[in-house]
Write a protein that binds this ligand. Structure first.
Ligand SMILES: Nc1nc2c(ncn2[C@@H]2O[C@H](COP(=O)(O)OP(=O)(O)OP(=O)(O)O)[C@@H](O)[C@H]2O)c(=O)[nH]1
Ligand SMILES: C=C(OP(=O)(O)O)C(=O)O
Length: 215
């Protein structure tokens, strides 16, 4: 039973140091713009998540001081990474930190690379996720994962990385198949992904960095 009066979600967003983030964007964005775009994606993701009425707080797990400062300014709580342990350890750590303070928290992991994210679409995903102990949303390519949730009392068990859709299915998480959630599925790894996110509508920080360059 959830004994926490506040039933909203706590989101955990992982972010690699910007010097290494979004390496697959280098051919489209160039080496100088790539880290700035990676930060803009994260700022737009966190900004949209915090604008969602179902979200209580967003914890960004990162070891990048500049990104941490910028995302704290957007409203995120910043938690240091587990050195060298990788994405899933970072997510598990973020979820533990949230539940240390609020043991009955509803927790969900969300990629930092969703620059078209819309608060109303995230609300739709969260409302569906509430019905299951663990639930996830596949990325637009139907190969990876952009969102994974755990109800109060349930371990997150993140298994992100590459073809994680099947991995999350195999760990018993329920796949969310709702319509009208394209912006939550639209992660950006490549220039093609960025064009697809642009077609959905980029968030303000990404638009300001990318549109003057892309034309
Ligand atoms: N805190 C933390 N976040 C990570 C780590 N590895 C990946 N991430 C984040 O996990 C999310 C999904 O990773 P990817 O989509 O592969 O992003 P990426 O690693 O920046 O992209 P590539 O360099 O192109 O592989 C992104 O928000 C990354 O910043 C890690 O070791 N620690
Ligand atoms: C991290 C993931 O994939 P990618 O690196 O392709 O975004 C994932 O979808 O689990």
């Amino acid at each position: 039973m959830n004994t926490d009066a506040d039933d909203r979600w706590s989101l955990v967003v992982p972010l690699k140091p910007l010097a290494r983030a979004k390496s697959r964007l280098t051919p489209s964005a160039g080496a100088r713009l790539r880290p700035r775009l990676a930060l803009a994606f994260a700022e737009d993701t966190v900004g949209a998540a915090l604008a969602c009425a179902r979200v209580r707080d967003v914890t960004v797990v990162t070891d990048d001081p500049a990104a941490g400062a910028a995302l704290a300014a957007v409203g995120a709580r910043i938690e240091p990474d587990v050195p060298g342990a990788g994405l899933n350890a970072a997510l598990a750590h973020g979820a533990r930190v949230v539940r240390r303070e609020r043991p009955a928290a509803r927790v969900a992991a969300l990629g930092a690379d969703l620059p078209a994210l819309r608060p109303d679409e995230l609300a739709r995903v969260l409302d569906t996720a509430r019905q299951f102990p663990r639930a996830f949303l596949a990325d637009a390519a139907e190969i990876g994962t952009t969102f994974l949730s755990a109800a109060p009392g349930v371990e997150l068990e993140p298994a992100f990385g590459g073809p994680s859709r099947l991995r999350h299915l195999s760990t018993g998480a329920v796949e969310i198949r709702s319509a009208g959630v394209d912006s939550v599925r639209r992660d950006v790894d490549t220039g093609e992904d960025l064009a697809a996110a642009r077609a959905l509508g980029l968030g303000p920080r990404t638009a300001a960095r990318w549109l003057p360059v892309a034309g």
